[in-house]
Ligand binder design. Structure first.
Ligand SMILES: [Fe+2]
Length: 320
């Protein structure tokens, strides 16, 4: 165990014992509707950092909320930026916390974010990432040559995307990955399919305002944004899930783009911007035969976001 990791664990434990840790309410846990075919939580950006016990504490509090459930989630999904710098010690901290609550979810899926991939050689970082995913109970990783891969859960396909190069802020989505995403969606023949990528598309989910107003592509996938959008627009019932914006539940969280629906989830580890700034937010999705219901939850407090907040509760009707 490295000295750095020992320090991370010590600082995290001290914070948890200090009385300043978030304590999710245990009286109103997430309830799984037996009518739902699939129930999962999706969180953005834990961004666990060697130097921030606060982020680890927020992430841990969110995990404690799902540990209060009577039945496990079908899946816990992280939409990228698992770590601040992609360092193995940061991944190890996330793994340590998730392993503590491993009975709270049946499967664990995640995609890389720009922070996870940007500082080291591509293949080396991919192997650190996959090793991390495999260390989590129910963790499903792709092969060791690329980030993108697909998983089927309870009959629904999840397409997990990831940059094909080490990129600093956006993602490089190669023509090969774009073709693959297209084929993967097409083979579902209109059945709802969930596509997870760290960054949303250009101009969606309040961009550029939600990226603090900078540049017309910043905060998005980047140069391949229009090409990816064109792929989604060929199909129907595509549910696109992303993070990266660190923006609390708001009017920007969800956009119905017709062929595809774009849900950008808040961060579970870093500070959320906007009007709802509570720590450790995310969404719970319940999938029914005819609709999908997404509810914003402040996991760190163990409660759903008040339904007067725009997009606290979203109902997506499945197109026939
Ligand atoms: Fe990011």
């Amino acid at each position: 165990m490295s000295k750095r990791y020992e320090r991370m664990v010590r600082d995290f434990q001290l914070l948890c014992e200090s009385g300043k840790a978030l304590e999710p309410d245990i009286h109103a846990p997430i309830l799984i509707d037996p009518q739902a075919e699939l129930t999962f939580a999706v969180w953005g950006d834990p961004q666990i950092a060697c130097w921030s016990a606060l982020r680890s504490m927020r992430f841990d509090s969110a995990c404690r909320d799902i540990a209060n459930m009577q039945k496990p989630l079908d899946a816990l999904i992280l939409a990228g930026d698992i770590t601040e710098t992609g360092h193995a010690d940061e991944f190890r901290m996330v793994s340590e916390i998730l392993n503590t609550y491993g009975e709270s979810f049946r499967h664990f899926l995640c995609v890389p974010g720009n922070h996870d991939v940007r500082l080291r050689s591509y293949l080396k970082q991919l192997s650190v990432f996959n090793e991390f995913v495999r260390s989590i109970p129910g963790g499903i990783a792709g092969d060791d040559s690329r980030y993108f891969h697909a998983v089927r859960m309870r009959g629904y396909k999840f397409i997990l995307m990831g940059s094909d190069r080490s990129t600093f802020e956006g993602a490089y989505i190669s023509p090969r990955q774009l073709r693959w995403v297209d084929e993967q969606i097409a083979s579902e023949n209109g059945k709802p399919v969930f596509v997870v990528n760290h960054q949303t598309l250009k101009g969606l989910n309040g961009l550029p305002l939600t990226w603090l107003g900078k540049g017309d592509w910043r905060g998005s996938v980047g140069w391949e944004s229009d090409r990816l959008r064109a792929v989604f627009e060929k199909h129907r019932n595509v549910i696109f899930l992303s993070g990266h914006l660190h923006y609390g539940t708001s009017v920007y969280a969800y956009e119905d783009c017709g062929a595809f629906k774009s849900l950008s989830v808040p961060t579970v580890g870093v500070v959320n911007h906007g009007d709802v700034t509570d720590d450790a937010q995310g969404y719970v999705l319940s999938v029914y035969k005819d609709r999908i219901v997404a509810r914003a939850r402040i996991f760190g407090q163990g409660k759903y976001v008040d339904e007067t907040v725009p997009n606290a509760r979203i109902e997506i009707l499945i197109e026939k």
